[in-house]
Design a protein around this ligand. Structure first.
Ligand SMILES: [Zn+2]
Length: 41
């Protein structure tokens, strides 16, 4: 199996969403829910 060059988003750890302190979850605005860190600028 070949590993992709994609890097997991450091903000949501690749989940695509972030856990809110008050409860619930929200789509990660860092990766737009993709879970991977965008390589292109
Ligand atoms: Zn993210």
């Amino acid at each position: 199996m070949k590993q992709t060059e994609q890097t997991l988003c450091p903000y949501c750890a690749g989940h695509g969403y972030v856990q809110l302190l008050l409860g619930g979850s929200e789509t990660c605005y860092c990766c737009s829910g993709k879970g991977t860190e965008p390589k292109n600028k």
